[in-house]
Design a protein around this ligand. Structure first.
Ligand code: PHE
Length: 329
């Protein structure tokens, strides 16, 4: 009887090695572990074993049962795992999924480029708050009491005395009040205007202000700096012009235009920035002696600049967060 048990165990182990799918596993189960299988048959024969031998044979039989059952379970589980994998991945030769890598917003890229060019020209970066006093935004900048820019239509007033800044020029006032000349800085930031939203204007946009105050600063230096900027930003062959203009806080004042040439369409001049020599009244307001110091200032719109450089026709798309647009940059 012990011999039969040993042989059954051996042949089970050999048969098990040949199992490679569910069908052959099932055959094995029926042959050994089924109700009429070899292991059950051996248990049947136990009744014929003599009383003295029953204990030893019984133990050997139990071990055989445990052995066959546990080896069977192992193989069944490993077959099942294989199935799970081949079910979840239909084609193992398919290439993996690629991850899309994000990028900085085109406005951030443009702003960084502007900052880097001016840093190279010796300007540092200074920032001021978006919520401003009426004094810094208008009064200190020499806006007359009845200047149209103070009209409720252009400005988001928060209280009588505070507003969302309509330009970055109040940061000039802060810089000149906080620090003594020589001063040379650019001041980037968001500005807000209560305007009808269209392809050309939005209630929120970005500006970069520039200021240089020292002894003997001239208009020629202002022009030289802005031309150097335009050549680096738009390309050496950029076509530009300066036009006389007016701002309350600069005298004389000018605007710089850049020639815009869309492919296959008629080109035209586009205004890219306002500039001028800091008005002596502004210097007096911030406690700088206009007899000793002069300065120039300029301010440009970042959206306008990016639209011109990358041929974007509608300002609103810059604020839409549409991935089809953003991933192009
Ligand atoms: N602050 C002006 C504007 O928003 C631009 C400007 C800045 C003009 C500095 C002259 C000097 O239109």
């Amino acid at each position: 009887m012990i011999n039969r048990i040993d042989e059954t165990r051996k042949s089970f182990d050999e048969d098990l090695l040949r199992v490679n799918d569910h069908a052959s596993l099932e055959e094995l189960r029926i042959k050994y572990l089924g109700r009429k299988g070899l292991v059950s048959q051996l248990f049947e024969s136990l009744k014929d074993v003599s009383k003295e031998d029953k204990r030893v044979v019984g133990q050997a039989l139990n071990q055989l049962k445990i052995h066959t059952q546990s080896r069977f379970d192992e193989v069944r589980d490993s077959l099942k795992n294989k199935d799970d994998i081949s079910e979840s991945i239909e084609d193992l030769s398919l290439s993996g999924r690629t991850h899309t890598i994000g990028s900085r917003h085109i406005l951030t890229q443009t702003l960084d480029e502007i900052k880097n060019i001016f840093k190279g020209l010796g300007f540092s970066v200074y920032e001021g708050p978006e919520l401003e006093s009426d004094y810094n935004n208008f009064e200190a900048l020499n806006f007359a009491e009845d200047h149209p820019a103070r009209d409720m239509q252009d400005t988001f007033f928060v209280t009588d005395k505070f507003l969302l800044r309509t330009h970055t020029s109040p940061v000039q006032v802060r810089l000149m009040t906080d620090k003594k000349p020589p001063l040379r800085a650019i001041m980037p930031g968001k500005v807000f205007r209560n305007e009808a939203i269209s392809a050309k204007s939005y209630c929120l946009f970005h500006q970069v202000e520039g200021l240089y105050v020292d002894t003997d600063v001239t208009f020629a230096e202002l022009k030289g700096t802005l031309v150097a900027f335009a050549k680096q930003f738009y390309g050496q062959d950029v076509k530009y012009r300066f036009r006389a203009s007016f701002f309350p806080f600069t005298e004389p004042s000018a605007e710089m235009d850049v020639w815009w040439q869309p492919k296959g369409k008629e080109g035209r001049w586009l205004e890219v920035l306002g500039c001028g020599m800091v008005d002596p009244n502004v210097l007096i307001n911030v406690g700088i002696d206009p007899e000793k110091y002069t300065g120039y200032a300029f301010g440009m719109g970042v959206e306008r600049t990016a639209m011109l450089k990358y041929g974007i026709g509608d300002i609103r798309i810059l604020f839409d967060n549409d991935k089809r647009f953003l991933t192009q940059f």
